[in-house]
Design a protein around this ligand. Structure first.
Ligand SMILES: C[S@@+](CC[C@H](N)C(=O)[O-])C[C@H]1O[C@@H](n2cnc3c(N)ncnc32)[C@H](O)[C@@H]1O
Length: 243
């Protein structure tokens, strides 16, 4: 699929600097701790077999492995997974790594997790259906942010956040812009909203979705920001959990 090749190229090129953005790999112990508390509360009790889809450099995989889960990290990009491998080795964490597209996962899991993947899938509904088969009878934990045009008020705030960050010379999130022709072909390519994510999860056959706002993650990240960025805080983080 040509579009997946383009997406893979983007992330292979992004891998060297991806972790430099605080929103990707927070250096703050408090933000890490808030994410750890969130995952501990949302995942089944350890040791569960956890599949992290679009694992990238391993943000969720590493936390889940530290919590005592048996983690498989799946990603399209070997470059991103090389970062995960190095980080896992540095901590002595045993994480299986699979290079594959999100809609073709291995099976046999108790839970599927993801962070910030759905927006870049050409067929997010198809991937969510495939994850259901990958974790028959298991749990889904989708973690996302409200961004882009999905919510007009947040869109204005986000533009303000970006302007202020650039004014102080803060790092960009990525090495370059996402290819526009790729973005146009992605159902969530212009933004993610809790309503759209919950509807997709239900439509894929997952049951009993619960929407959880990740307020502690937001709070811990917001208090790290310098003035005046702190007034705008970070974009809303949320999880959709389903069976
Ligand atoms: C925004 S990054 C998120 C990485 C990681 N989950 C995190 O929270 O830092 C998106 C990741 O999804 C991967 N990706 C994009 N499209 C994919 C697909 N179709 N199948 C699997 N992985 C994909 C990219 O290679 C990249 O590592």
């Amino acid at each position: 699929m040509a579009i997946l090749d383009e997406i893979r190229r983007f992330w292979d090129d992004d891998a060297a600097t991806y972790d430099d953005a605080p929103g990707h790999r927070p250096t703050s112990a408090a933000v890490q701790a808030a994410w750890t508390a969130a995952l501990e509360a949302l995942l089944p009790a350890p040791p569960a077999r956890v599949l992290d889809c679009g694992a990238g450099t391993g943000f969720l995989s590493l936390i889940a492995a530290r919590l005592g889960h048996r983690v498989t990290a799946l990603d399209l990009s070997p470059g991103m997974l090389a970062g995960l491998r190095a980080a896992a080795d540095a901590e002595g964490l045993d994480i299986d790594v699979v290079v594959a597209p999100a809609h073709e996962p291995p099976h046999g899991f108790d839970a599927v997790v993801e962070r910030h993947l759905l927006w870049t899938l050409p067929d997010p509904a198809g991937a969510l259906r495939a994850w259901r088969a990958a974790a028959g009878g298991g749990r889904l934990v989708v973690t996302e942010s409200v961004w882009g045009d999905a919510d007009p008020v947040e869109a204005v705030r986000n533009r303000g956040r970006q302007r202020l960050r650039r004014l102080r010379g803060g790092a960009e999130d990525h090495h370059g812009p996402y290819p526009e022709e790729v973005r146009r072909s992605l159902p969530l390519g212009t933004g993610t909203h809790p309503r759209a994510v919950t509807e997709l999860v239900l439509g894929a056959g997952w049951r009993n979705p619960r929407l959880v706002r990740l307020r502690d993650v937001e709070w811990a990240a917001t208090v790290e920001l310098p003035f005046p960025e702190r007034l705008l805080g970070v974009s809303p983080r949320f999880a959709v959990v389903a069976d």
